[in-house]
Every structure is written in structure tokens, then in C-alpha cells.
Ligand binder design. Structure first.
Ligand code: HEC
Ligand code: HEC
Length: 179
């Protein structure tokens, strides 16, 4: 709420309550205050005071892929990328992830989308749009989420709907009405 006027109406009138509760509980687990603010970085420390930073997250380097939350999510990187240079002259990631090298390094090749330009034409080499891998792919760390979130993937939503109605078909019909 830093930087916002204090004359705003109390949040209760505008926002639904359950979300705020979820934020508060996860926030206190991370040592934040229980005030209802989305303050992942300052963790409730007033702006005129210096916050002691959280310890730096450790990069996981155990070759274990994480579940993607939705189909077009860029997969997180299951290995460390320290010292992998990506610049005008070379792209270290493509040493292993180019189709031609993938077998040798036992790496999954980048998918066809990475060779497509914005007009959906296939190029012979990685598309400039996909050149800087870390624009979309991030390493996996043991960091805790800065703000709570109650996202559920489609499988969870469907399973809940099926459990309620007793049939996959009805669940599909019912879920069409929901955003
Ligand atoms: C030395 C070879 C090598 C280099 C260099 C390399 N990777 Fe990988 N990468 C792999 C291998 C092998 C895997 C398969 C999982 C594993 O063994 O870690 C992988 C897995 C991945 C995955 C997971 C794919 C999936 O389907 O879940 C992503 C994303 C990825 N790498 C991105 C990158 C990016 C971005 C870079 C450059 C910053 C990079 N890699 C550099 C070898 C490499
Ligand atoms: C603009 C965002 C973006 C950039 C930049 C990007 N990727 Fe991806 N990547 C994605 C998305 C989205 C997916 C999952 C859907 C797909 O395959 O298109 C993906 C999938 C992958 C996969 C898994 C392929 C598979 O078949 O499972 C690998 C490996 C990968 N990317 C590596 C890379 C490497 C290496 C680079 C840099 C040369 C790179 N990506 C650049 C968005 C990006």
C-alpha cells in the first residue's frame, strides 16, 4: 500500500474476503506482518527502514523436471546455468538444445515453436524471438513464493467438478459457465 493515499475506502467493501485470508496466512509463514497488503519484496517493513534481505535462493541442479502449470508454460530449467553465455556471438543453450546436438547431450530439443518467426514461417535456425532463452525460462530454485496464490491447474479443477457431479461430461458442461 506504499505510495497510495490513505483516503481509500477500506478494502473489505471492494475485494472478496477469502483471497485476503490466504495472503495473510502465507505471508505470516514467511515472517511478514499480518497487515493485508501485497508486499512481497518489503515484507511489511516501512519504507524509511532497511529490511534485512532473505537469504539467496539455492538453484536446484538435480535434473528433475517440475510439472507445468498449464500447457503453454515455458518449462523451468532443471539444471544450473552458471556461466552459460548467451550473446550476439554465441548461444550456449543451443549447444545442447539444438535439434542436431540434442541426442549427443541427451537434452530435449527446443520445440518447433522456437524456429518460427512471427508470421509462423519456419526458419533454419533458432528464431530471433526465442534467442534469449532466459526471457521465458528460469532456473528452479528453493525460493518460497513472495506472494501467496491459490492457482489450481485444469486437472484439479476438473477433478473437483467430477467429484461434485459424478460425471466427466457434466463437469465439462458445468465448467463452461465459469471464467
Ligand atoms: C551441457 C548441455 C546443456 C546446456 C548447455 C543447457 N542445457 Fe538445458 N537441459 C540439458 C539436459 C540434459 C536437460 C534434460 C534434463 C536434465 O538432465 O537436466 C535439459 C533440460 C532443460 C529444460 C527442461 C525442458 C523440459 O521439457 O522440461 C529447459 C527449459 C532447459 N534445459 C533450458 C536451458 C537453457 C535456457 C539453457 C541456457 C541458459 C540450457 N538449458 C543449457 C542440457 C543442457
Ligand atoms: C518467448 C518465450 C521463449 C523463449 C525466448 C524461449 N522459449 Fe523455450 N519454450 C517456451 C514455451 C512457451 C515452451 C513450451 C511450449 C512450446 O514448446 O512451445 C518452451 C519449450 C521449451 C523446451 C521444451 C521442449 C519440449 O518439447 O518439451 C525447451 C527444451 C526449451 N523451450 C528451450 C529453450 C531454449 C534453449 C531457448 C533459447 C535458445 C528457449 N527455449 C527460448 C518459450 C520460450
Amino acid at each position: 500500500m506504499v505510495g497510495r493515499g490513505s483516503k481509500r475506502p477500506p478494502p473489505d467493501t471492494a475485494a472478496p474476503a477469502p483471497k485476503a485470508v490466504a495472503v495473510t496466512s502465507a505471508a505470516s509463514a514467511l515472517g511478514r506482518t499480518t497487515t493485508r497488503q501485497l508486499d512481497g519484496l518489503r515484507r511489511g517493513v516501512p519504507v524509511d527502514q532497511e529490511a534485512s534481505p532473505l537469504p539467496m535462493a539455492r538453484v536446484e541442479n538435480v535434473d528433475r523436471k517440475r510439472l507445468r502449470a498449464y500447457p503453454m508454460q515455458p518449462p523451468t530449467i532443471p539444471h544450473s546455468i552458471d556461466g552459460y553465455q548467451v550473446d550476439k556471438n554465441s548461444n550456449r543453450c543451443m549447444l545442447c538444445h539444438a535439434r542436431a546436438n540434442a541426442e549427443k547431450f541427451q537434452a530435449p530439443p527446443v520445440s518447433v515453436t522456437h524456429y518460427m518467426d512471427r508470421d509462423d514461417q519456419f526458419l533454419a535456425t533458432i528464431s530471433p524471438r526465442r534467442y534469449f532463452c532466459n526471457q521465458c525460462h528460469v532456473v528452479q530454485t528453493d525460493a518460497q513464493p513472495l506472494v501467496a496464490n491459490n492457482f489450481e491447474d485444469i486437472d484439479t479443477v476438473m477433478a473437483a467438478a467430477v467429484a461434485e457431479s459424478g460425471s466427466v461430461h457434466e463437469a465439462a458442461v458445468a465448467s463452461k459457465g465459469t471464467p
